[in-house]
Design a protein around this ligand. Structure first.
Ligand code: ADP
Ligand code: MG
Length: 393
């Protein structure tokens, strides 16, 4: 069975109860939320200025809170998954000096957003965070936290409302305060996602095209492998560096500018690993454009085939898959009525995404459960709305 996802109002209630307990019975004045995301195709292409095709999820991070008159910030997260103190208190520097990252680590995402918020100075505040996005599962709980905090700050001290600049500020927060040199995809779709649509993002121009995705005969299944291999931290920056190196050897500003012909022409100037990394990126960018076209035509078989090609390339050329993700994809593809399946997110664990006919959902879940050596969690999801301000009734 698929796991139930708590509703936004349930999360708000939870955050609100905690807020009242922790902050002396006072009720919060503001509530906002921002979603996690699943990437349908276009993996490790965003930081190469390529295309990605994610959708926002019904799983969200909620922030409730209140502006205060001083310079102090107090934040509590209700999640039990951070293995660190769940409360942090700090003062906003009055002389404009930067807020440095520190402990607990989860608070660095908040500090980063405060630092990069586009209407300074940020006032003092008290807030509680609650989330239905699994932490560290590749569904971007980090971007949903950043975008939720940014949306919260917009209620305290409004900026100009520019949505792309908001996504970029949240990406900056992750770079400078969490130490993750991520691309723009996660924050972008968390801000700009739309119900019943996937979002084709051109990460070079930062233009986004909505692609309808609401066919009732179709289901998007996310399977969490519930493993996370510790490689992730170091491998991501390494991949990023290898791509930059390949682009520079090809004489291009980024791999987005390169064709397979460019790559083949320069093959003897690249070592084998760099060649394979670049090949994945160049072909994946092309696959993502083709997949968006296929989705517009409701050509799900073609879309599914491209998903599997994407997975195989991530496994063999980019080398960011793992045994568990490969098992999950193989098991899904054994079921009649499954169009395609692939690892999603950075890799080395986390989730797979599977596109299938709605009527085979139960059979598919059962089959994956039977075949997978670990214990998976399933989410049946629909494309959902981006960050929102919520009513506190
Ligand atoms: P992903 O974004 O795929 O979920 P990351 O490793 O990028 O994985 O981000 C997970 C981290 O984000 C957590 O370890 C924690 O530091 C932070 N985080 C995300 N959501 C929350 C939350 N609700 N409360 C506290 N920290 C959170
Ligand atoms: Mg993340």
């Amino acid at each position: 069975m698929a796991s139930p996802v708590p509703s936004v109002s349930e999360l708000v209630q939870e955050a609100r109860r905690t807020y009242e307990q922790v902050f002396g019975g006072e009720a919060p004045e503001v509530a906002v939320c921002a979603p996690g995301r699943v990437n349908l195709i276009g993996e490790h292409t965003d930081y190469n200025q390529g295309f990605v095709l994610p959708m926002a999820l019904p799983m969200v991070t909620v922030v409730v809170g209140t502006r205060t008159s001083g310079q102090s910030v107090s934040i509590v997260t209700v999640t039990k998954d951070v293995e660190e103190p769940n409360r942090v208190d700090f003062n906003l520097p009055s002389d404009g000096s930067p807020l440095s990252p520190g402990h607990p680590k989860w608070a660095n995402y908040v500090k980063g957003v405060v630092q990069h918020y586009r209407a300074q100075p940020v006032p003092g505040f008290r807030a509680v965070i609650a989330s239905s996005v699994p932490l560290g599962g590749g569904l971007s709980s980090s971007a949903s936290l950043e975008v939720a905090v940014y949306t919260f700050l917009q209620q305290l001290n409004p900026d100009d409302g520019d949505k792309v600049a908001k996504a970029v500020a949240c990406q900056q927060a992750e770079h400078t305060h969490a130490g993750v040199p991520c691309g723009i995809m996660d924050q972008f779709v968390s801000v700009l996602g739309r119900e019943a649509h996937a979002l084709l993002i051109d990460c070079r121009s930062l233009e986004a095209t909505l692609v309808p995705l609401s066919d009732p005969s179709l289901v998007i299944l996310i399977t969490n492998s519930n493993v996370k291999h510790s490689l992730t931290g170091s491998e991501y920056p390494t991949r990023r560096r290898q791509c930059e190196e390949a682009a520079s050897i090809l004489g291009k500003a980024s791999l987005r500018e390169a064709t397979m012909k460019d790559l083949e022409d320069s093959r003897d100037r690249l070592d084998n690993v760099t060649y394979r990394r670049a090949r994945h990126v160049i072909e994946e960018i092309e696959r993502t454009s083709q997949a968006a076209e296929a989705l517009k035509r409701s050509s799900y078989k073609i879309f599914g085939k491209l998903m599997v090609e994407s997975h195989n390339s991530l496994r063999d050329l980019y080398e960011v898959s793992c045994r568990e993700l490969d098992e999950l994809v193989a098991a899904a593809m054994e079921v009649d009525g499954v169009y395609g399946s692939r690892m999603t997110g950075g890799g080395f664990g986390g989730c797979t995404v599977t596109l299938l006919q709605a009527h085979v959902i139960d059979r598919t879940i059962l089959h994956i459960q039977e075949r997978y050596s670990g214990s998976p969690t399933f989410y049946v999801t629909t494309p959902s709305v981006g960050a929102q301000v919520l009513r506190l009734s």
